[in-house]
Design a protein around this ligand. Sequence first.
Ligand code: ATP
Length: 239
Amino acid sequence: MDVPASHPRKESLETRHKIVEGIEQGITSTCGLIAHGRGEAFDYLIGEQTIPPADKAIHAAVSKLLQAKHPVLSVNGNVAVLVPEEYIALGKALNAPLEINLFYRTPERMKSIEKLLHSKGCECLLTGEDARIGVESERRKIDSQGQAKADVILVPLEDGDRTEALKRAGKYVITIDLNPLSRTARQADITIVDNITRAVPLMIKYAEQSAKQQTFNNKENLEETLEYIKRRLNGRIFD
Ligand code: ATP
């Protein structure tokens, strides 16, 4: 879609359109469109910028992923259309495979995402479904060489049930989720409350700088995020 350069919400509209095109290409689900809208609403609340608690969470996440024995980066339809090149670059920087996991898993969608990521140069992509985690439906399928043996998993834009199941399976879970109140945000070990389009490039930068270990408390970090939003809503923070 051609959004005029002068449009004040050009970036946001172009991002939104990527999701719409993803639906047309069989990559994103229609529910992915709704999830994106929810994300956009929370992005307004933080001023569409990486706020200090998110930056802290990004540092801690990269440090944990660099120390992991078997880190895995989960990909869904929204992630694949929003940040394909960046996510592949992050996998390379962290020496971690990407694994496709879909809420609405069909062979066609799996193939479309695989094709997209391969066309962007992804060399380490897992798509197997020979292992399970404790949720109902297609979302339970995971790769025995990927999430099943992973110690640290990045699951951006994930739903609460699956996050809970990964935690029950003993995984260290890192998420990127603009909603600091979601079940995923509250259950993960590290929640990056930021737009994936801003967070992943920063993760690559910090991985290249070999981010050092940080002390990190997810509950405190989410509270700082909510405090930030409250101050904004009270009109005490203006861009
Ligand atoms: P939960 O089950 O964890 O309470 P949910 O029901 O909202 O969450 P989904 O609909 O799968 O689960 O949520 C996807 C999450 O991804 C939402 O919380 C949404 O705010 C977030 N999200 C959507 N787009 C982006 C984005 N571009 N960057 C970061 N987060 C996003």
